[in-house]
Design a protein around this ligand. Structure first.
Ligand SMILES: C[S@@+](CC[C@H](N)C(=O)[O-])C[C@H]1O[C@@H](n2cnc3c(N)ncnc32)[C@H](O)[C@@H]1O
Length: 227
């Protein structure tokens, strides 16, 4: 899938993203409580954070709110998503920086204590994910934490089929056109299993590479940097 196509889709969806996304992703808001609980730093820690595929800034906002000394780089390829991010998070002033770029090829900096990424890395194919995990490991400080929440496949094709069927039921029950969204997913998304991705994280150097939560074809997983 051409990333230009994905970027164009997000440029258009930016304006209703915040209202729409909980109707498409089961337990979307509940995931945020767990993501925060999985961050091991003291509340007053002076941490440098990267939000990869930040979109309208939901994960950046959570972190800036919970860690008043944190500084966050919200990185995204869609200009309109970043514009809304800037508006939504204006109260955080200079603690938030925005950068537009494609994380498959751009330099997103280094020295990060925490990297979060929500619903973005599945746009890369298997090789792209593995390359990104290596780059992320290099970009992070010792004891840094990586937390990814993403759409994933099941461990087997049969499980994937079962999860996707139940996911479609969720979207339909939320009032969405599940057939249209599912077609869109087949066209745009390249999910990998959480089993493969935790293996790739370990191969990239991350310790404690593991899945922390999963519900059907959605998971929160990551690792720790021990250098
Ligand atoms: C579904 S939104 C997720 C927003 C937010 N992180 C969340 O958890 O709700 C995915 C975002 O990732 C961005 N994205 C996808 N692939 C990207 C890439 N290769 N480089 C930069 N941004 C990317 C899209 O532009 C979009 O804003």
């Amino acid at each position: 899938m051409n990333l230009d196509y994905v970027r164009e889709e997000f440029e258009q969806r930016a304006f209703d993203y915040d209202g729409l996304i909980p109707r498409l992703i089961p337990h979307y808001r509940e995931q945020h409580d767990l993501i925060l609980q999985l961050i091991p730093f003291e509340t007053n820690a002076n941490i440098k954070v990267l939000d990869l595929g930040a979109g309208t800034g939901i994960l950046s906002a959570l972190i800036l709110q919970a860690f008043p000394q944190a500084k966050v780089l919200a990185f995204d390829m869609a200009e309109n998503m970043l514009k809304i991010c800037q508006t939504n998070l204006s109260a955080f002033g200079k603690r938030l920086t925005l950068q537009q770029g494609n994380f498959a090829e751009a330099d997103f900096g280094s020295g990060y204590d925490l990297v979060v990424s929500g619903l973005a890395i599945h746009h890369l194919d298997s090789a792209g994910k593995q390359q990104l995990f290596h780059q992320l490991f290099q970009s992070m400080n010792p004891e840094g934490i990586l937390l990814i929440r993403d759409i994933v496949t099941g461990a087997t094709p049969k499980l994937t089929e079962q999860y996707e069927k139940l996911w479609r039921q969720y979207m339909k029950a939320s009032g969405e056109d599940d057939a249209a969204w599912f077609q869109n997913y087949l066209k745009e998304d390249i999910p990998s299993s959480v089993e493969e991705q935790t293996k790739w994280l370990a191969e990239a150097g991350f310790a404690n590479a593991a899945c922390h939560w999963r519900y059907l074809n959605f998971a929160i997983f990551g690792g720790v940097v021990r250098k």
